[in-house]
Structure formats: structure tokens, C-alpha cells
Write a protein that binds this ligand. Structure first.
Ligand code: ACO
Length: 399
């Protein structure tokens, strides 16, 4: 903690809090987490109930509007989002300009940011209808941009949205369709991916949401703010753990090798990826739901030997004092990578899926920010540790 003098009458107080681990940056009524109890609620509704009985677009409505929709509100919301799934042809040309091996997350970040140039009206943040229009547009267009990022890496032509389909089925169609009639997603896969989107839809002030709020606090348009969120999610510490889980499971190779692996973890050689969480010191409520979703997906796609290793690993870890005493439980990433692999997504796509699911949360938090009279531009203090007042000598005299 350091004291910083604000002016002559006010000595001020600055709290040195790297990573803001102990600093509330806002008041928010979007998402509640109790990490000790393993509770996650969107607008007061437990995640388990939403994953069981709702769908992603209804959850998106809930996050953005704060309450569940009436039938008429829901129909209008789904209609509007469906109506806006297409992007301008120039965005398509822009995306076709990326290298054949461009990382899909880099493409998503750039194309969301590029949308800001197509909607100059988005800078009018004072008008509620206008804000709503941008939110609808972005939730609608993210799957299109995400799917096209994937198709670019596959060297395949981009597939236009099919607005006869629901949100998640349409996304799967844009990803995997090869000809007019060859791809109809299995309903169970559509539902499993929809549930994964619900589970990722918000997680209060995580790194990417904080990035959206921080950039949004400059009153920039929401496309630019969300592009910042995508950028934050691109980082391996935020969106990359499920890929690491898959790598560990592949390296373990068979159930017989688990005890050796666990010993290595306990000796401090490596971490059991997909276990532990900064906030959850109990079973991550999302992990339980994802585990069930994994079972549902494997029923369709056929089982993956890695699932057996994961199940056995979890069983052993939950009975081992090392993990129990440190309150290390499976987190959301322990099973999600397995599901994505079953869908035949390459690991580079995992964070794109996360971003599509997180978009309503980012936008709900952005909306809260721009309506909050207490909010100011995000501008933290620093503790200066550098040199003070030195005399400059021109290069001609120094060299
Ligand atoms: N495997 C083995 N030991 C672990 C693990 C793990 N996955 N996680 C924590 N520990 C141990 C630490 O070594 C430490 O032990 P010690 O007290 O003997 O030194 C103790 O548990 C506390 O660990 P911290 O790192 O202080 O816990 P923190 O809350 O800071 O870390 C984190 C949380 C980063 C998620 C950590 O548990 C981890 O690295 N997990 C694996 C990576 C992972 O799955 N990340 C995804 C998180 S979910 C998400 O981002 C969407």
C-alpha cells in the first residue's frame, strides 16, 4: 500500500493491487458467484436450472435485460437475432484476406473490431433502442464470424447463415456444411453445444469482461469494446486451459499410467490441468453440467478413450488428500476440451466457442457500464518506481 498525494488538502490513498484481485471495479447485478459454496447465478437464477430448462438465446435475453422474457419478448428477440446473422459482403472479403493458417481467434478479434466501421451509428450510446440494436447485431453475427474463421483455416468456402435454423444449429451448419443438403446437425449435439454456450455466458469480472468494461469506459462503440474482450480471451491464461487438459490426457495415454502422473503432480512437477480455480474452492458448478454434456455427446459420436482416463483421473483426485486439502476440484475446462474434440474442432477453435458463449455476458456488462452514472473512465493509479528528474543530454553530445 502506498500513499499518493492528490492535492494540498487531500493526501489521497492508493491501494497497490496487481491484477485487481482485491479491488471491486464496479457494482453489478448480472452474475453472482459464491466460490466457497460452488454457486453461480445469472440474474439470480442458478446455472443448473438454466442449463437444464432454458436455451442460450433465452439466457442471453436474461443477461442483457435482467429478467426472463414473456413469450412475445422472446419471439421478438429470436426473430431480431435471426434477422441479423448475415454480415456485409465486405466483411467476408476482409476475412478472405487472412492467411490460410490464420488463428481463428485472431480473425474473430479483427472482424468484430471491423464491424465498428460498418455501424457508425453504434457510437450513439445515449439512445436505448440504438444500444439494443448493436447488442442484437453482435450476438447474431458472432457465430457467422466464428464459423468463417474456422472455415478459413480449413481452406473451405464460407457458408452463409441459414435462418431457417435455430441459433446453435445454424452455427454448426456454417461450420460443417459442405453442400446444399449434406449437413443436418444431430439434435443432441445442438443441445450440448447450446448448454456449453449457456455455461460460458457470463462469469462476472473475469479478465475479458474487465477488458470490455475498461475499453467501453472510454465510450467507444461496443464492437471495439467486445474486440478487446476477444483479445483478452485469446490469452492462454484465460481461454487456453481446456486444450492443456487434452494434452495431459493424451500424454497419460492409459488408465494404468494415472498413478505415476498423479505422483508427478504431487511432487510439484506439473499441475493437473482442469483442476482448481481462483474463485471456486468447491466443485465448479459448471463442471458437473459439462460432465453430463460430455456423456450426451459421446453417445452420438462414439466414446473417446480419453474420457475413461478423465473419469478415472477425477475419481482418484477427488479421493486424494493432496487435492482435497487444497480444495482442488474439476473446473469448467476439465471436460469441455473433450466435448469440443468430439465435435472435431481443432484446439484453436476452443476459445472461439468460448467467445461466442461469452458475448451476451460481455454485452450485458457493457450495457450496465454505459448506464451506470457512477462509472468513470477506467484509469488506475500506479506506484512509480522509475528515475526522477534527470538532465537530458542530446545524442550529439552522448555518442
Ligand atoms: N494441480 C495441482 N496442484 C494445484 C493445482 C492443480 N491444477 N491448482 C492449484 N494447485 C496447488 C498449488 O500448487 C498450491 O499448492 P501449495 O499450497 O502446496 O503451494 C495450491 O494448490 C494453491 O494453488 P494456487 O496456484 O495458489 O491457486 P490459485 O487459486 O491461484 O490458482 C488456478 C487457480 C490458476 C486455476 C490453478 O488451480 C491452476 O493452475 N489450475 C490448472 C489450470 C486450469 O485448469 N485453469 C483453468 C481455470 S478455469 C478458467 O479459467 C475458465
Amino acid at each position: 500500500i502506498g500513499k499518493i498525494k492528490a492535492d494540498d488538502d487531500n493526501p489521497g490513498l492508493a491501494v497497490y493491487d496487481p491484477g485487481f484481485v482485491n479491488t471491486a471495479s464496479c457494482r453489478s447485478s448480472v452474475t453472482y458467484i459464491d466460490g466457497e459454496a460452488g454457486v453461480l447465478e445469472y440474474r439470480g437464477y442458478p446455472i443448473e436450472q438454466l442449463a437444464e430448462g432454458s436455451n442460450f438465446l433465452e439466457v442471453a435475453y436474461l443477461l442483457v435485460h435482467g429478467s426472463l422474457p414473456s413469450k412475445a419478448e422472446y419471439d421478438a428477440w429470436v426473430h431480431d437475432i435471426t434477422y441479423h446473422t448475415f454480415v456485409h459482403e465486405n466483411i467476408k472479403s476482409f476475412m478472405e484476406g487472412f492467411r490460410y493458417d490464420a488463428h481463428p481467434m485472431g480473425m474473430l478479434m479483427a472482424s468484430v473490431g471491423a464491424l465498428s466501421t460498418f455501424y457508425p451509428d453504434a457510437t450513439n450510446l445515449k439512445d436505448a433502442d440504438n444500444r439494443h440494436l448493436q447488442i442484437v447485431r453482435m450476438i447474431a453475427k458472432m457465430p457467422t464470424l466464428g464459423a468463417w474463421s474456422f472455415r478459413n483455416a480449413q481452406g473451405k468456402p464460407f457458408v452463409y447463415p441459414d435462418n431457417e435454423l435455430g441459433y446453435t444449429a445454424n452455427f454448426l451448419s456454417m461450420l460443417f456444411k459442405m453442400s446444399e443438403r449434406d449437413y443436418i446437425a444431430d439434435e443432441r449435439l445442438v443441445r450440448a453445444l447450446d448448454v456449453l454456450f449457456i455455461l460460458h455466458a457470463d462469469h462476472e469480472q473475469n479478465c475479458s469482461t474487465n477488458a470490455v468494461r475498461s475499453v467501453g469506459s472510454s465510450q467507444v462503440d461496443p464492437y471495439s469494446a467486445v474486440a478487446a474482450g476477444v483479445a483478452a480471451l485469446y490469452g492462454p491464461l484465460h481461454g487456453g486451459a481446456n486444450e492443456a487438459v487434452l494434452k495431459s490426457l493424451k500424454r497419460i495415454g492409459s488408465k494404468e499410467n494415472i498413478p505415476d502422473f498423479i505422483k508427478g503432480v504431487k511432487d510439484g512437477n506439473e499441475r493437473l490441468m482442469g483442476f482448481g480455480h481462483r474463485v471456486y474452492k468447491n466443485y465448479d458448478p459448471r463442471a458437473r453440467i459439462i460432465k453430463q454434456a460430455a456423456m450426451d455427446v459421446f453417445e452420438v459420436t462414439g466414446t473417446n478413450p480419453l474420457l475413461d482416463i478423465a473419469l478415472e483421473l477425477e475419481k482418484i483426485a477427488l479421493e486424494d488428500d493432496y487435492f482435497v486439502s487444497r480444495k482442488l476440484y474439476p473446473n469448467v475446462d476439465f471436460y469441455s476440451g473433450l466435448i469440443y474434440e468430439a465435435f472435431q474442432f481443432p484446439p484453436e477453435m476452443f476459445t472461439v466457442l468460448f467467445a461466442i458463449g461469452r458475448t451476451p455476458g460481455w454485452l450485458a456488462q457493457w450495457l450496465e457500464l454505459v448506464q451506470d452514472k457512477e462509472q468513470k473512465i477506467a484509469r488506475p493509479k500506479q506506484i512509480y518506481t522509475g528515475e526522477r528528474t534527470r538532465d537530458f543530454t542530446p545524442a550529439s553530445e552522448r555518442w
